[in-house]
Design a protein around this ligand. Structure first.
Ligand code: COI
Length: 356
């Protein structure tokens, strides 16, 4: 069977696994929906577009991606509106960023037909997996990796693109404790920090583990030259409310251009909040907590959405952030608006919501 005019082969699962999942308790990234979309880049073209049951791949031990790390991914989310229609949030922003990552990693770029066509077809087949409980969504993981079986260090000529999805609840169950990292770095000018490539996450694990052994949940990365300016956090961009303004590090080649980050900035501006995208020093943040000028610090990302922090540790001292009062918190106001937008409860004046 093929889906629509897109020539995507469809092989449906014989039995759905949906009954095995407790939609009221959804850990992040553990339950996978019934199907996945797969396409292969061969001879300069995307071929063999298929939707098949979620299952293992058979791969060569010499697979280039496993040795030299040509591997990139995206994170996106889908929701349902009150009529039960599936809504994706800003999928074209992820499509463009995936191709930016692909170019930096010397990989094949995706066509809109393959990315959007595969995504839409997959969401239609697995629409029942989109959760509706508060704080839950269907997390979508598009990714691509090098398929050549060759040990020379050179860009692969063949790639696999895959999309699978997972129903998820909140990423953090409690506001995370952050430690400012002043020894290790995540990325450096001229590096690959802005690309969503697998190696960025691998390189962050050891310093994060050390921080976790000290009782923190995540890191705040600082710049590679001086460890003076804030860059981003482990799985999210970072934002502050200082003197009532929304302040966030300006993006650069060492910071991921978060789609949630950009959405929050645009929403805040539409609320009439002043937004500053600029260098943010750790001294300014710690000084702001101590003087009371900094009232909120939170992470922004697809997985975490808007995630208020509870404390920031710097040079061996923990600085407690003010308790959130939901009525006064900008983060809460923005998160609620974002949720209403993504679930079709408020009018989409930004043109971000894409109905499947
Ligand atoms: C996302 O927010 O989608 C991410 O990519 C973070 C992920 C590594 C959990």
């Amino acid at each position: 069977m093929t889906t629509d005019a897109l020539q995507i082969e469809l092989r449906k699962a014989e039995r759905s696994r949906i009954q095995e999942v407790d939609f009221n308790h959804l850990p992040f990234g553990k339950h996978f929906s019934d199907h996945m979309f797969v396409a292969d880049f061969v001879d300069g073209q995307w071929l063999n577009q298929q939707i098949v049951p979620f299952d293992n791949f058979t791969l060569s031990p010499a697979l280039s991606a496993l040795h030299y790390g040509q591997s990139i991914f995206e994170g996106m989310k889908a929701f349902k509106n009150e009529a039960g229609e599936v809504l994706m949030f800003r999928p074209y922003a992820n499509f463009e960023r995936m191709n930016e990552s692909a170019r930096r990693m010397c990989m094949a770029t995706l066509t809109e037909e393959v990315f959007m066509g595969g995504l839409e077809a997959l969401l239609r087949v697995d629409a029942d997996w989109v959760p509706t409980a508060p704080d839950s969504s269907l997390y979508i993981r598009p990714y691509m990796f090098a398929m050549d079986t060759f040990l020379g260090v050179a860009p692969s000529k063949t790639y696999r693109f895959c999309i699978f999805t997972c129903p998820v609840g909140a990423y953090y169950s409690n506001p995370p404790k952050l430690k400012v990292e002043t020894e290790y770095i995540r990325s450096a000018p001229g590096g690959v920090g802005y690309a969503k490539c697998a190696g960025n996450y691998a390189g962050s694990m050891y310093p994060t583990l050390l921080a976790q052994q000290q009782g923190y949940d995540q890191l705040i990365w600082t710049d590679a030259r001086e460890h003076k300016y804030i860059e981003e956090s482990g799985t999210m961009n970072i934002m502050f409310v200082i003197d009532g303004k929304l302040v966030t590090p300006a993006v650069s080649d060492s910071i991921l251009k978060g789609v949630t980050r950009d959405s929050i900035i645009q929403i805040a501006r539409s609320f009439g909040i002043e937004v500053e995208e600029r260098k943010v020093s750790i001294e300014e943040v710690i000084g702001g907590i101590e003087s009371g000028r900094l009232t909120e610090a939170f992470g922004a990302g697809t997985a975490v959405v808007v995630s208020p922090y509870s404390l920031i540790g710097y040079n061996g001292k923990d600085h407690m952030l003010p308790e959130f009062s939901p009525e006064n918190s900008l983060a809460v106001k923005i998160k609620n608006y974002l949720t209403d937008l993504r679930t079709g409860k408020v009018e989409d004046t930004f043109g971000w919501v894409h109905k499947v």
